[in-house]
Ligand binder design. Structure first.
Ligand SMILES: [Zn+2]
Ligand SMILES: [Zn+2]
Length: 212
């Protein structure tokens, strides 16, 4: 097993960080949150000779899940996650697409929903599933203990936190998810988030105005 690596492909008008997690040695991995621009995602996989064995979803918003069905069909792989509490969002992506002017968005039917405490993996890279509601009711975070890495989706950003004014949003629940589940993992955990640059939990714990 080689080192865990991550490549980011910004997708949709929201510049969402579609993330390819892969093993440096065998170039096998997964695609996290293919919200759209699937041609672009497929080109990055091909150009870097990376084979993706699954699609992992953090939550049911269009910029994260709108292209999942198209990528699933292109790759012949399963869609895993998020938590079932986001089913109503996933069932409504075509409507969201019309509202936000995103062509080609499709309702997403995951092959498997996830629950707190489960693990998902590829090639020996194991990720714990943390259910972190607040930005979306079924939001999950993928945490790799060995690599000290978390993909936090839209729960936490560098210097900010996820918006909670969308259906199912709950600001108190969001802050509790961050303070009770993410920050206790340790200051040295590096993260990739759904928009903008990633960072480290310690820096957010000390300086993020929503957390101090
Ligand atoms: Zn979102
Ligand atoms: Zn987003």
């Amino acid at each position: 097993m080689g080192q865990l690596n991550a490549g980011i492909v910004p997708v949709t008008p929201f510049q969402q960080n579609c993330t390819i997690l892969f093993d440096m040695d065998d170039k096998h991995g997964v695609v996290v949150d293919p919200g759209g621009d699937i041609d672009k995602v497929l080109a990055v996989l091909k150009d870097n000779a990376i084979s993706a064995g699954a699609i992992w979803i953090t939550h049911g918003h269009i910029d994260h899940a709108g292209g999942a069905m198209e990528l699933k069909e292109a790759l012949g792989v399963e869609i895993i996650g998020p938590h079932e509490a986001d089913k109503s969002l996933l069932d409504n992506l075509e409507n969201q697409g019309r509202r936000y002017g995103i062509a080609g968005a499709r309702d997403c039917v995951p092959d498997r929903f996830l629950t707190e405490g489960e693990t998902v993996s590829f090639g020996g890279h194991v990720f714990e599933v943390l259910h972190c509601p607040g930005h979306a009711p079924g939001h999950v975070v993928y945490y790799n203990r060995a690599a000290k890495f978390a993909h936090v989706g839209d729960v936490l950003f560098r210097g900010s936190v996820g918006r909670t004014d969308l259906p199912g949003g709950d600001h108190a629940a969001l802050i509790a998810s961050i303070k009770d589940k993410l920050l206790p993992l340790g200051d040295d955990i590096g993260f990739i988030c759904g928009h903008g640059p990633g960072g480290r939990f310690g820096e957010e714990r000390r300086t993020n105005p929503f957390l101090v």
